[in-house]
Design a protein around this ligand. Structure first.
Ligand code: NAD
Length: 368
């Protein structure tokens, strides 16, 4: 028997932030970053908190949230003693809040905290997953925690919040969505439910991501990509991910590039590698190429068209096609190559890749 969890309640559309109005007599801690406060975007949340509640804003989160963010957050949580945590921001703020809840609960500092997530980027799907990716900058280690306590209780998707996201972040985060969906689709833990969600997320990305990138006023495109992010999140919460994420986590800990940009560099080569090594993956990628109308071939030719379309999308999004184009030298990669390949093999997301790579395979994919 397999148990499928769809545990997070999801509120979508304009007025979905009204859900926050329903909290009364609570102690609410909003976890976010400084930009969200300075840009006043956080008012979308605070304006909906009614006067019966007390609230407090924790703003120390940095991109790729650190162990210190979590430790500081847990200390803050222990002082303020919230009953509700509202994570407001991109994946970084969300993951910091999730880890705060996990350690706060495990350490007996907080009990029965309700976790509400309001994403302001369209990428990680963290609002519906039981993952939280935390970085230790002292040893350059970035690691995904996976635990049921990390599963948010509520996700609120209001696409007005992503209107201000600049094009380069739309590109990075959108490529993250495509990677989530494709990795969930070929995962060894994929099932018919995760397949349905992954297919839809891929449809939405190929239809709307470029529009969302080129025009922030295109509210339909921004909204559909926001939903695609969440849908892909539900897919990979069922099926987990694959080696593109396994490598991207460890590269991100060392080279400090945006997570989605790393995925964008690696994804075409990982798709090609998986298709070369696994007939199941080959057939599945070809199915996606057929579904998108890229090719009618059910074999290698179909996969090649998918790889080409991913590269073409990446180019339209003005994303780097290699680590060299992203500003890193051969030496940067050589310095960390050995550690990256070893860490990528033990990253939990690599476990469900359709092929178990060797360290040499990972190193080959890391060519500058
Ligand atoms: P992010 O959260 O680091 O945000 C990137 C930048 O965008 C920040 O400077 C932020 O202030 C800014 N920003 C956020 N919302 C904005 C808005 N509405 N307008 C303008 N600027 C805005 O980036 P991200 O890609 O959302 O998250 C990346 C993190 O999430 C990484 O650490 C990655 O490893 C992790 N991740 C987690 C999961 C998961 O399931 N938990 C999945 C994938 C990635």
């Amino acid at each position: 028997m397999e148990r499928l969890n769809f545990d997070t309640q999801i509120f979508i559309g304009e007025n979905s932030l009204d859900e926050i109005k329903n909290y009364s007599n609570e102690r609410i801690c909003i976890v976010t970053d400084k930009f969200m406060v300075e840009s006043k975007l956080v008012d979308y949340v605070t304006d909906n908190i009614n006067d019966t509640n007390e609230y407090h804003v924790y703003t120390d989160v940095v991109p790729d949230p650190t162990v210190d963010n979590v430790v500081g957050g847990v200390a803050d949580l222990s002082q303020f003693n919230p009953s509700v945590l509202i994570a407001f921001g991109g994946g970084s703020a969300i993951d910091a809040a999730k880890a705060m809840k996990l350690f706060g609960t495990k350490l007996g500092l907080a009990a029965d905290i309700s976790l509400v997530v309001v994403p302001t980027t369209s990428g990680t799907g963290s609002e519906v997953t039981n993952f939280s990716v935390i970085t230790n900058p002292k040893n350059n280690l970035k690691y995904p925690l996976v635990n049921e306590l990390l599963q948010p209780d509520k996700a609120i998707l209001d696409a007005r919040l992503v209107k201000s996201v600049p094009p380069h972040i739309v590109a990075d985060t959108g490529m993250d969505v495509l990677t989530h969906a494709l990795e969930a689709y070929v995962s060894t833990s994929a099932n018919v439910f995760s397949d349905a969600l992954a297919e839809k997320a891929i449809d939405l990305i190929f239809t709307y991501l470029e529009r969302s990138f080129s025009n922030s006023e295109d509210s339909e495109a921004r909204e559909q990509v926001h939903y695609a992010s969440c849908i892909a999140g539900i897919a990979f919460n069922q099926a987990s991910l694959g080696m593109c994420h396994g490598i991207a986590h460890t590269v991100g800990g060392k080279l400090h590039m945006p997570h989605g940009r790393i995925n964008g560099i690696l994804l075409p080569s990982v798709v090609q590698y998986n298709a070369n090594e696994s007939d199941v993956a080959l057939e599945r990628y070809a199915k996606i190429a057929n579904r998108q109308g890229f090719s009618t071939s059910k074999g290698k030719v179909g996969v090649r068209t998918l790889v080409n379309e991913i590269m073409s999308l990446r180019q339209k999004l003005k994303m780097p096609a290699s680590f060299a184009e992203a500003g890193f030298t051969k030496d940067d990669l050589a310095e960390h190559g050995e550690t990256i390949s070893q860490e990528a093999l033990v990253d939990p997301t690599t476990a469900t890749n359709p092929v178990q790579p060797t360290a040499a395979d990972v190193k080959r994919l890391l060519t500058p």
